[in-house]
Design a protein around this ligand. Structure first.
Ligand code: ADP
Length: 595
C-alpha cells in the first residue's frame, strides 16, 4: 500500500468502495480455504471407504460425492468467481479514479506554476509524470490494497487452518517464510532506488525526444541527424541500463520467493510424510495441509509483489508529490484588492529586476510613465531587457514592491488575473494551437462570432491569406493540419490579441516577419482601432516605432532615453547612431536589390 500526504486523502474518499472490496475479499478467502477440506474428504474416503460428516460416518459412494463434494464445490466456485469480479471492480475501479483525480490536480497545479518553473523543468519530464508515474501510482493503489489484504487475510486464515491440522508443521513452514520477508525488505529498498533511476532516465529520454521532434527543422538544416541519433542512443542505452538494473533486482526477488516456496514444500512433504507414516496425520489431512499451503503461495507472492510495487509506487509518488508541492512563486499577495477596470496608465519607478536565481540585473533603475491611450514603442539591442519589461507588466515574474504601477495602483496590490484580463499580448514565439484558424483567433475572447474573427483577421491583414485556404477559417493548423509561414503566424497571433480589445495591447517583436508594406498597414489599423487604448510595441526597426507617441530606448537594461522619435534623435546620440545605422542598412539592401 502507498501512503503519503498527496495520496492518503483517497483512502478516505473511496472508503465505502474499498471497504466493500475488503469484505468481499475476506469472503472469497474464506470460501477458497474450504476447498482443501474437500480434498481431505476425497482422499480419506478413497482410503477408508467412509467419511465422517457432522460426527456421522457416511459411506464414500456416488451419492456422497454428488451431495457433499461436487454440489457444494460448485457453489463455492461460483461465489469465488462473483466475489473476485466484485473486488476487482472495487480495488481497480478506485485506483483508476485516484489516477484521474491526481491527473486533474496535477494539471490544475501546473497551470498556476510560473514560467520560470517551465524553463527549469522540461516538457518531456513533465509528460512522463503524467503518463508513466501516474500509471505506477494507480497500479500501486488498487493492486497494493489487494495484495496487502490478501496477504493479511488469506495468509492469516490459511495459517490458522494449517495450525488446526498440525501446529508444529505450520511453525516449521513459517521459518522459510520469515526469511523471505527479511530478504524482500532488503531487496525492496534497492528496488525503490533503481526505480527512481529508471524513471529519471526515462524522463531524460522523453525530454530529448520531445526537443528533437520540436527542433527537427534545425536538426535537418544543420545536417545534425547523426549527432542527434548518437545522443539519442546514449540516452537510450542509459535507459536500458537502468531498466536492466531494476529488472535484475526484481527477478532476484521473484526467484527468492520461488526458492522459499519450494523449501516450504520440501518441509511439508518430508515432515508431513513422516507424520502420516507415524499415524499422527491421515493422508487426507496431509493433502488438506498442502491445499492450505497452495492457497497461501499467492499471498506470499503478493507480499513480494507488494514490496516491488510499493518501491515503484513510492518513487513515482515522490516525483508526483514534488510537482504537486512545487511552490507557486508568482501569486497574489494576501492584501490584493480587485478593480472594475484598468484604463492602461503605466508607471515605472526605479524598477530594478534580476531573474530568480540570476546573477545580474536585467533591468536597472528604469523609470517612465505611459499615459492611458498612448502608443509606445520599446526599442533597443537584443538582450537589452525589452521582453523582460513587458513580462513584468504582465506579472509573469514577481515585481519588487513600489516599482510598477497600473492606473496609479502598485501592480502587487492588484490580482494577477485582473492585470492579465485587461492586457492582450502577442509573444515573440507566436504559439498557435493545433486547432482551426478561427478557434485560434477566438481563443483570447469569450465570443466565437465569425464576423468578429474576420474583422480581427482583416485588421491584422491576414484575412486574404486565410481565404486562400480551401477551408478558410476552419483550416486546422499544426501537427494535424497545414503549416503557415512565420509572417502569417505573427498576423494570426495579432488577430487573436485584437479579438480581446484590451486596455493594454503588448506586441513583442510581432511584425518582424512581415514585409514593410504589410507592417505599415497593420500599424495604421492599430492606430485607428486602438484610439484611447494603450499599445506597447517592441520592435527592432526604428521605422516600426517612429510614428509612436513615445519611444522607450533601452540599453543594457537601463532606460537610455524616453520621448518621441524626433526628440530622441535630437537629444540621444546612441539612438541617433542606431537610426543612422539602420538607414545605411536599408540603403544597402535597396542598392543590392537594384543591382
Ligand atoms: P530583449 O527582449 O531586449 O532581447 P530580454 O528581456 O529577452 O531581452 O533579455 C534580457 C536579458 O535577460 C538577457 O541577457 C537574457 O539572457 C536574460 N533573460 C531572459 N529571460 C531570462 C530568464 N527566464 N532567466 C534568466 N535570464 C533571462
Amino acid at each position: 500500500m502507498l501512503f503519503g500526504k498527496q495520496i492518503n486523502r483517497y483512502y478516505l474518499k473511496h472508503a465505502p468502495m474499498l471497504l466493500l472490496g475488503v469484505l468481499v475479499l475476506i469472503a472469497v478467502d474464506y470460501f477458497q480455504l474450504l476447498v482443501p477440506e474437500f480434498y481431505q474428504m476425497v482422499v480419506d474416503g478413497i482410503n477408508e471407504g467412509e467419511v465422517p460428516v457432522d460426527g456421522v460416518l457416511r459411506p464414500f459412494d456416488m451419492d456422497f460425492l454428488l451431495e457433499e463434494i461436487c454440489l457444494p464445490l460448485i457453489v463455492v466456485i461460483l461465489i469465488m468467481v462473483v466475489g473476485r469480479f466484485l473486488w476487482r471492480i472495487c480495488f481497480f475501479g478506485s485506483g483508476i479514479k485516484v489516477e484521474t483525480d491526481l491527473r486533474g490536480r496535477m494539471f490544475d497545479h501546473c497551470k498556476d506554476l510560473s514560467q520560470q518553473y517551465y524553463q527549469v523543468n522540461k516538457v518531456g519530464g513533465l509528460m512522463s509524470l503524467f503518463t508513466n508515474d501516474l500509471e505506477t501510482v494507480q497500479d500501486c493503489f488498487g493492486s497494493g490494497i489487494l495484495s496487502f489484504c490478501d496477504a493479511l487475510f488469506l495468509g492469516g486464515l490459511a495459517l490458522i487452518k494449517m495450525a488446526g491440522v498440525n501446529l508444529p508443521m505450520m511453525l516449521l513452514s513459517l521459518i522459510p517464510m520469515g526469511s523471505l520477508l527479511a530478504v524482500s525488505t532488503v531487496v525492496g529498498k534497492s528496488l525503490q532506488k533503481r526505480w527512481q533511476t529508471r524513471q529519471a532516465a526515462f524522463s531524460s529520454l522523453s525530454d530529448f525526444s520531445q526537443e528533437s521532434f520540436s527542433g527537427i527543422a534545425v536538426v535537418k538544416a544543420f545536417v545534425k541527424e547523426t549527432k542527434e541519433l548518437m545522443a539519442f542512443h546514449k540516452l537510450n542505452k542509459e535507459n536500458e541500463d537502468a531498466n536492466i538494473s531494476y529488472t535484475k533486482a526484481s527477478t532476484l526477488l521473484n526467484i527468492s520467493v520461488m526458492l522459499f516456496v519450494e523449501s516450504v514444500i520440501c518441509v511439508i512433504l518430508g515432515y508431513g510424510g513422516y507424520l502420516v507414516y507415524s499415524d499422527v496425520l491421515t493422508p487426507g489431512e496431509l493433502v488438506e495441509f498442502i491445499g492450505y499451503f497452495t492457497a497461501i503461495v499467492w499471498p506470499i507472492m503478493a507480499i513480494s509483489q507488494l514490496i516491488e510495487m510499493r518501491s515503484r509506487g513510492k518513487a513515482s509518488l515522490e516525483r508526483i508529490t514534488e510537482l504537486l508541492e512545487a511552490p507557486i512563486d508568482v501569486k497574489d499577495n494576501e492584501t490584493v484588492t480587485d478593480v472594475e477596470h484598468i484604463a492602461g496608465d503605466i508607471t515605472c519607478k526605479n524598477l530594478t529586476f534580476t531573474y530568480p536565481g540570476g546573477s545580474y540585473k536585467v533591468l536597472e533603475d528604469v523609470s517612465f510613465h505611459i499615459k492611458a491611450g498612448e502608443n509606445v514603442g520599446i526599442i533597443g539591442k537584443t538582450g537589452a531587457g525589452k521582453t523582460t519589461l513587458v513580462d513584468l507588466i504582465l506579472r509573469t515574474y514577481n515585481v519588487p514592491d513600489g516599482t510598477l504601477f497600473l492606473d496609479g495602483r502598485d501592480v502587487n496590490t492588484l490580482p494577477i488575473q485582473t492585470v492579465r484580463k485587461f492586457c492582450a499580448y502577442v509573444p515573440q514565439d507566436n504559439f498557435l494551437f493545433s486547432d482551426t484558424i478561427g478557434k485560434n483567433i477566438a481563443f483570447a475572447s469569450d465570443s466565437e462570432d465569425p464576423a468578429l474573427i474576420k474583422q480581427a483577421a482583416e485588421l491584422s491583414d491576414v484575412h486574404d491569406n486565410i481565404s486562400e485556404f480551401t477551408l478558410g477559417y476552419d483550416t486546422v493548423l499544426g501537427e494535424r493540419g497545414v503549416t503557415v509561414s512565420g509572417g502569417q503566424k505573427q498576423r494570426i497571433s495579432i488577430a487573436r490579441a485584437l479579438m480581446k480589445d484590451a486596455s493594454v495591447l503588448i506586441l513583442d517583436d510581432s511584425v518582424s516577419a512581415v514585409d514593410v508594406k504589410t507592417e505599415k498597414k497593420i500599424l495604421e489599423n492599430l492606430r485607428t482601432l486602438r484610439k484611447g487604448k494603450t499599445t506597447i510595441l517592441i520592435a527592432h526597426r526604428i521605422s516600426t516605432v517612429e510614428q509612436m507617441d513615445k519611444i522607450l530606448f533601452l540599453e543594457d537594461g537601463k532606460l537610455a532615453a524616453v520621448g518621441a522619435h524626433k526628440e530622441l534623435y535630437d537629444t540621444c546620440p546612441a539612438y541617433r547612431t542606431m537610426v543612422e545605422l539602420q538607414k545605411l542598412e536599408s540603403l544597402g539592401k535597396e542598392d543590392r536589390s537594384n543591382d
